[in-house]
Design a protein around this ligand. Structure first.
Ligand SMILES: C[S@@+](CC[C@H](N)C(=O)[O-])C[C@H]1O[C@@H](n2cnc3c(N)ncnc32)[C@H](O)[C@@H]1O
Length: 303
């Protein structure tokens, strides 16, 4: 496992392209964000999500970001100030804290939100309960969480030429990684599929489920800013011997997910081979794909 702070490998420039602004404006209208005077962003990281939502709130709104990683909490205010130099400093704070034990008072915020946080928690419902504790009655809870499984099995221009057997084995590989993560308490990377049910179990009202309108497509000549940012991330991964994969960690997850030891090497060789083939096709300018990226936005009101 990496010694970098949590999620460091995902905090590149490509994260700035996750959302279409006009889509967020539509969501803000549906959620009536312009009436909200306070927002807490839990698991805020570098504040990508906070920075997108802040201008959609009532002018003069208060923002609090919480994350367990001190490095993100040190850097987030600097990035925020760069984008919103005019916002009075006392309206904005970023604090270290655990999602299941927030350093914030009960019934305080008009909006409590997170983006790709609950998927990392061993007990996401405990995280939801804590978010609800700090939300005022009638306030809005918004959780953005993915189905990441699909990112690994979505079609590309290369998969068309592969056998059904290869694709099924790859499906098994990712399913065992998914089950292994769950087994060792590293969260559910497809938690978005389950969130509406959790909201219902928690007794929330006005539950709504949407999907982001922004996948991560790649098609030649990869010339748009978002595609260039994706390629930049690919180049960083390419510098590692096993690409983006941590082989010992994957072996452990494979076994915890019920995989047979004797089959791991060939299963890993397959996904590594696929990765290298994609890199080659990218260099040749032939890879294309719509890019998966299923991200749900699940919202509800606290009764
Ligand atoms: C994938 S990042 C998302 C960051 C940010 N919400 C965004 O979308 O850019 C997950 C974040 O959750 C934080 N995190 C993970 N587990 C946490 C926990 N138990 N309590 C608080 N923060 C946590 C990580 O440090 C990381 O910044």
């Amino acid at each position: 496992m990496s010694s970098e702070p949590h999620s460091a490998e995902w905090f590149g420039e490509q994260r700035d392209y996750w959302w279409n602004r006009d889509f967020l404006q539509l969501m803000a209208a549906r959620w009536q964000l312009s009436a909200a005077g306070s927002l807490a962003d839990i698991g805020c990281g570098l504040g990508h999500w906070s920075r997108l939502l802040y201008p959609l709130l009532r002018p003069g709104a208060r923002l609090v970001g919480v994350d367990r990683e001190p490095r993100w909490i040190a850097e987030a205010p600097v990035l925020f100030r760069r984008v919103f130099p005019e916002v009075p400093p006392d309206l904005i704070s970023f604090q270290t804290g655990a999602a299941t034990q927030l350093p914030l008072q009960d019934n305080t915020f008009d909006v409590v939100t997170c983006q790709t946080l609950l998927m990392h928690l061993p007990d996401p419902v405990a995280g939801l309960r804590e978010m609800l504790r700090i939300l005022r009655p009638g306030g809005l809870l918004v959780c953005v969480e993915p189905n990441n499984f699909w990112n690994y099995v979505a079609c590309t221009s290369l998969t068309e030429a592969e056998s059904v057997e290869t694709l099924v084995r790859r499906f098994e590989f990712w399913l065992r990684q998914h089950r292994g993560r769950l087994a060792v308490g590293r969260g559910n990377h497809s938690l978005g599929d389950l969130l509406p049910g959790y909201f219902a179990e928690l007794g929330l009202s006005d539950i709504r489920v949407y999907q982001n309108d922004r996948p991560a497509p790649l098609f030649p000549p990869y010339a748009s800013s978002d595609q260039k940012a994706l390629l930049q991330q690919e180049r960083q991964w390419e510098a590692c011997a096993t690409g983006p994969w941590d082989k010992p960690d994957m072996r452990q997850l494979w076994l915890k997910g019920g995989g047979v030891e004797a089959n791991f090497e060939s299963a890993f060789d397959d996904i590594h081979g696929k990765y290298r083939a994609e890199q080659k096709a990218l260099k040749e300018g032939s890879l294309h794909a719509s890019g998966g990226s299923i991200n749900y936005l699940v919202s509800a009101r606290k009764p």
